[in-house]
Design a protein around this ligand. Structure first.
Ligand code: LIP
Length: 269
């Protein structure tokens, strides 16, 4: 593998250390499915333990950096310009159900821009990484490139939807019903970070989701852009890291997919 930069090495080391513990926990989760209550408490503990491991590793390497984390929230350091954005398990429900499609996502935001991202899938031992201006890679030096498909009917599009109130539900139903008439191959795989990594890798041609968090998407947004894809917010020109709504594509179908989502929003209003 090409030599990683010092900052990516720090991020990869933290992700792999947490991943070793999580893959052991994941093995135990599969045994807990039979219990009526299920492994929810066990997975919550795994989530928190993963975040603690990542936090300690990054803090040791960069003591002054700040943090934004899914479980522990914000930790402001002396250096407010550099912020680690961490999802210790993205795809938590997959993890909880013993489905091997979850990951660790770590991004570094510097002066308001995402400059480095690592998405690690321990179950498949795939590590995606990118640094601003230097490309996106799958460990082993495989350069990631977004797909070239430009006809929606040939594209695989992923999406997600969290808990929904009535308004959200009707909007999603309208988006989905309009989408499948033009792009019938839609997937709901349960991890925003891996959805974005797969757009960067050309495995998916597009992804969109509303009511999503910065830690779900920050690293993946950089991967998609460094792989030649395009990322924007769905509803306006705001930063998709924090807007809570995102559309990411191979660049070829961005306008077509965006048009469907905007039309659906108007119809559902
Ligand atoms: C998940 C996202 C997924 C979304 C889920 C959830 P988590 O993140 O990756 O795309 O649909 O509702 O937000 O909770 O597993 O970190």
């Amino acid at each position: 593998m090409a030599t990683l930069s010092p900052i990516l090495s720090i991020m990869v080391r933290a992700a792999e250390k947490a991943g070793r513990v999580l893959i052991r926990d994941f093995g135990e989760v599969e045994q807990l499915q039979v219990s009526r209550k299920g492994p929810a408490d066990f997975v919550t503990a795994a989530d928190k333990r993963s975040e603690e491991i990542i936090f300690e590793e990054l803090k040791k390497a960069k003591p002054d950096f700040s943090f934004l984390m899914e479980e522990s929230g914000e930790v402001t350091g002396n250096d407010k310009d550099n912020i680690w954005i961490i999802d210790p398990i993205d795809g938590t429900h997959n993890f909880m159900h013993g489905i091997p499609h979850w990951c660790i996502s770590i991004a570094l935001q510097s002066k308001g821009k995402i400059v480095a991202g690592v998405i690690y899938d321990p179950a498949k031992d795939e590590l995606f990484h990118a640094e601003k201006g230097t490309g996106a890679f799958l460990r082993g030096n495989k350069r990631l490139r977004a797909s070239g498909r430009n006809q929606l009917e040939n594209c695989v599009i992923s999406t997600g939807y969290g808990g929904m109130d009535k308004q959200r539900h009707s909007q999603f139903v309208e988006e989905f019903s309009q989408l499948i008439t033009q792009a019938p191959m839609v997937r709901r795989m349960g991890s925003a970070a891996l959805d974005l990594a797969y757009v960067a890798a050309g495995r998916l041609d597009g992804y969109f989701e509303r009511h999503i968090k910065a830690w779900d998407v920050a690293a993946g947004i950089l991967l998609v852009r460094e792989a030649g894809g395009m990322v924007s917010s769905i509803d306006d020109g705001s930063d998709p890291v924090y807007s809570g709504n995102i559309i990411a594509t191979n660049n070829q179908i961005h306008g077509d997919l965006h048009k469907i989502l905007k039309s659906a929003k108007q119809k559902a209003a």
